[in-house]
Design a protein around this ligand. Sequence first.
Ligand code: ATP
Ligand code: MG
Length: 259
Amino acid sequence: MAPVQTTNKTSIIKITDLDFFYGDTQALFKINLTIAKNRITSFIGPSGCGKSTLLRCMNRMYDVIRNTKASGSILFDNNNILQTSTDVTGLRRRIGMVFQKSNPFAKTIYENVVYGLRIAGENKKSVLDQAVEESLKGTSLFDEVKDRLNESALGLSGGQMQRLCIARAIAIKPDVILMDEPCSALDPKSTAKVEELMLNLKKDYSIVIVTHNMQQSSRISEYTAFFLEGRLMEKDTTQKIFTNPSKKETEDYITGKFG
Ligand SMILES: Nc1ncnc2c1ncn2[C@@H]1O[C@H](COP(=O)(O)OP(=O)(O)OP(=O)(O)O)[C@@H](O)[C@H]1O
Ligand SMILES: [Mg+2]
């Protein structure tokens, strides 16, 4: 795949004046935000503040929801991805997504990992075999599943399934991985594994993670963005957000006064 041309050296996505509507209801208001390259950015904020909506804007997943509208711009690789001319399949290959509830397909472990590659037309066994090994090693799953690659993915544990979904996301070598509460259904041990994995992945990828877990945000992310009622209240280094936020609302949220 061609090398990434970013907006500049340090940021990979630049969001400007983004408004988003579900029908007549506005869910995001004038969002301005840049996503740092090869870093982890976390999105925090109370339920319904628009975190998932913003994530869905970043790879045009909202296209599958009827009657939605986005305006403003989201610059990725020097293109405004909100333009109707955007090749969304290509976009989603470069900006991948991992969901809250792991969603392995009812296929073998092997076929789950190579799913995106097959869609992209890659069917050469040696290429697929290598992608499976690399992606499963990248998610520390290889040793656990190497003897049952041709068994159903549905036989894995919850934590393994989530790591498999991450392996599926990285098999196509995206530039950005969007994760919507990837650990909320996992026990602490599986959560620790996924967190460790994310810290390894940021060498090669830019990661955005939505989380309700403040400790998780402070453990793994360099930057944190706090949202409230469809607005970005504050974005800064995670250290600053958690020790000395600029806004009272941020402080109230991180200290548990609401949310
Ligand atoms: N498919 C949809 N159709 C209509 N409104 C929606 C849809 N999805 C979300 N919304 C609304 O948009 C707003 C933002 O929702 P969103 O799911 O982005 O919040 P969130 O911050 O991810 O919340 P949570 O932490 O509960 O996941 C909410 O008011 C929600 O009701
Ligand atoms: Mg959400």
